[in-house]
Design a protein around this ligand. Structure first.
Ligand code: ADP
Length: 499
C-alpha cells in the first residue's frame, strides 16, 4: 500500500514490501507481509514488476490511516489556500517527473510514451491546479429562513474517500478523483487497477515530497474482489468514486448499500456514437472517426465505436476509413512513430479478438484488420466492420478495443434514434457544418458529453460523466467538488429579530 506517511502512528508509508515497484524507500507494515502480484509488460507479456498485494487487512490499515488523518490531521483543517499550495507543488512534481511517469504508464499499460509526456502528464498537472484553484473558493449560502431565525450552509469534506480506478488511463483516473477530493479537504484510499499499479505508487511518493500530510493519500494495489471489495464494503469509508465497467459498478453499489450506505459515484462504460452528416468534409470526418475509436487502442470509455454515416457520403467514407485504418501504425508504444500500442493484457487481448469473432459470426462484414499483429505481445490490427445491425453484439457491447462498427443512415431522425439505441450514454460525436443539425442532435442525444466537429476535447472545467447505464455523478468541473463535500444547514435563533 502506498501512503503519504504514518498518520501519526509511527509507521511510514508501506506500499512496497519486498517488491520491485518503482520506489521502495518505505518501510513495511502489514498483516500479509509477503504476498505480491505481477504486473506485466503488454509489449511482450513478460513480468515487469512484483507488487505488494493489498488485501482486506491492508485496506483496513489504509482506511484507519485515512480516518486518523481526516479526524485529527491538519489537511481538512488547513485553509483552502494552504491546501492549494501543496496541490500546486504536487502538480509541479508531476511535470518534473513526466518522463518517468509516462514510461511507467507506457510499460504498464502499453500507452504511447510521447503522448504520455505531452498529454497525460500535463493534463494531470492541470487537473491538480484547476482544483487547487478551487480549494479556497468552497462556500455555502446564506438562507432566508422564515421566522426569527437566520440560516446558512456549510460545505464540509465528506470524509474518507475510496477511489477505485481502471487501467486505461492510470494517471488521469488517479487525478480525476484525487484532485477534487484533496481540494475539498478529504483523505483518500486509492485502489489502482491490478494491471497498472505503478504510476499510482509513484504518485504516493510524489505526494509525500510535495508536503501532502501523512495518511492523506493512501494507495492499496491489489485485486478487485479482494482489495476493491474491502474498500467498497468498508464501514468506515464515507464515499466511493469509481470508474470501470457497469458490471463492477453494480457490485460496488450493492456493497455500499449493504455496508454503511456510503455515497457512490460511478463513471462506467460507453458505446458512443459518432454521427457524420452528408455535408461533412469527408477527410476530416474520417480522421476524427478513426481517432475516436483507435486512440489508446480503443481502450477508452468514450471510444466512438459506432460510426453512423449519412448515405450520400457513405461509400467514400468507407473507402477512406479503411485506408486510414491500414495506415494507422501499430507497434511499440515507446517508438515515437507508433499510433497504437498493445492491448493492456492477455485477458483484454483475447476479449477483443472474441468480439471480432462474434461480429463475423453474427453477419457483419470485416473490411480490414481483425487479427493479432506482431510476433509477441498483445497487438491487434485496427479493425472495421460494415453491414452492422443495431442489435448485433458488436453494436451494443463495449469492446474496449480498436474495433469500429460502421453503419449507414438516411435522415437526421434516424441518426438520433440509432445513436440512442444502447444502454449506455457517455459521449457522442457529431460531424456537420449545419449549425441547426449540430444543435438539434446535441440536444437529442442522451449522452453526458457531446463533441461537435471534434472528439476527445477534454477540459478540467467541462463536467464529464454518463447518462443511462454509463453511470452517475460527474468528474471534472466545479460540480465534481460536490461529490466530496457534505452540505450542512446551520439555523440560529434570533429571538430579538426585528423581522
Ligand atoms: P475493466 O473491465 O476495465 O477491467 P473493471 O470494472 O473490471 O474494469 O475494473 C475497474 C476497477 O474495479 C479495477 O480497479 C478493479 O480491480 C476494480 N474491481 C473489480 N472487481 C471489483 C469488486 N468486486 N469490487 C471492487 N472493485 C472491483
Amino acid at each position: 500500500m502506498g501512503s503519504t506517511g504514518d498518520s501519526g502512528n509511527g509507521k511510514a508509508g508501506w506500499w512496497c514490501r519486498r517488491s520491485s515497484s518503482p520506489s521502495s524507500s518505505s518501510t513495511a507494515s502489514s498483516s500479509t507481509p509477503s504476498r505480491t502480484f505481477e504486473t506485466r509488460d503488454p509489449r511482450t507479456g513478460d513480468v515487469l514488476a512484483h507488487i505488494a498485494e493489498a488485501d482486506k487487512a491492508d485496506v483496513d490499515i489504509a482506511v484507519k490511516a485515512a480516518r486518523e488523518a481526516f479526524e485529527h490531521g491538519k489537511w481538512p483543517r488547513m485553509s483552502g489556500y494552504e491546501r492549494s499550495r501543496v496541490m500546486n507543488k504536487l502538480a509541479d512534481l508531476v511535470e518534473q517527473h513526466a518522463d518517468e511517469l509516462a514510461a511507467l504508464d507506457g510499460a504498464d499499460a502499453g500507452k504511447l510514451l510521447t503522448l504520455g509526456k505531452i498529454i497525460d502528464m500535463p493534463a494531470a498537472a492541470q487537473m491538480l491546479r484547476y482544483y487547487a484553484g478551487a480549494a479556497d473558493k468552497i462556500h455555502g449560502e446564506s438562507l432566508r429562513v422564515a421566522g426569527k431565525y437566520q440560516g446558512y450552509t456549510l460545505k464540509e469534506p465528506i470524509g474518507v474517500v475510496g477511489v477505485i480506478i481502471p487501467w486505461n488511463f492510470p494517471t488521469m483516473m488517479f487525478f480525476l478523483k484525487v484532485s477534487p477530493a484533496l481540494a475539498a479537504g478529504c483523505t483518500v484510499v486509492v485502489k489502482p487497477a491490478e494491471q497498472t499499479p505503478l504510476s499510482a505508487l509513484y504518485y504516493a511518493h510524489l505526494a509525500k515530497l510535495a508536503g501532502v500530510p501523512d495518511g492523506v493519500i493512501n494507495v492499496v494495489p491489489g485485486f478487485g474482489p479482494t482489495a476493491g471489495a474491502a474498500l467498497s464494503s468498508h464501514m468506515d469509508v464515507d464515499s466511493i468514486a469509481f470508474t470501470g465497467s457497469a458490471e463492477i459498478g453494480r457490485t460496488i453499489m450493492e456493497s455500499a448499500a449493504r455496508s454503511n450506505l456510503k455515497n457512490v459515484s460511478l463513471e462506467l462504460g460507453g458505446k458512443s456514437p459518432m454521427i457524420v452528416f452528408d455535408d461533412a468534409d469527408v477527410d476530416m470526418a474520417v480522421s476524427l472517426s478513426t481517432l475516436a475509436v483507435f486512440f489508446n487502442k480503443g481502450e477508452i470509455c468514450v471510444a466512438g465505436s459506432r460510426v453512423y454515416v449519412q448515405e450520400g457520403i457513405y461509400d467514400e467514407f468507407v473507402k477512406k476509413a479503411v485506408e486510414a485504418a491500414k495506415n494507422w501504425k501499430v507497434g511499440d508504444p515507446f517508438d515515437a512513430a507508433t499510433n497504437m500500442g498493445p492491448q493492456v493484457d492477455k485477458v483484454q487481448f483475447e476479449r477483443v479478438l472474441k468480439y471480432i469473432e462474434i461480429g463475423k459470426n453474427e453477419g457483419a462484414t470485416l473490411l480490414t484488420g481483425g487479427k493479432p499483429t506482431g510476433d509477441k505481445g498483445y497487438y491487434i490490427e485496427p479493425t472495421i466492420f460494415v453491414d452492422v445491425k443495431e442489435d448485433m453484439t458488436i453494436a451494443q457491447e463495449e469492446i474496449f478495443g480498436p474495433v469500429m462498427s460502421l453503419m449507414k443512415f438516411k435522415t437526421v431522425e434516424e441518426a438520433i434514434e440509432k445513436a440512442n439505441c444502447t444502454k449506455y450514454g457517455l459521449a457522442a460525436g457529431i460531424v456537420t457544418k449545419n449549425l441547426n443539425i449540430a444543435n438539434m442532435v446535441s440536444r437529442s442525444v442522451r449522452a453526458g458529453t457531446v463533441w461537435v466537429n471534434c472528439y476527445f476535447a477534454f477540459d478540467p472545467d467541462a463536467p464529464f460523466g454518463g447518462f443511462k447505464m454509463s453511470g452517475f455523478g460527474r468528474d471534472q468541473g466545479m460540480v465534481a467538488i460536490d461529490k466530496y463535500l457534505q452540505v450542512k444547514s446551520v439555523i440560529t435563533a434570533v429571538p430579538d429579530s426585528p423581522w
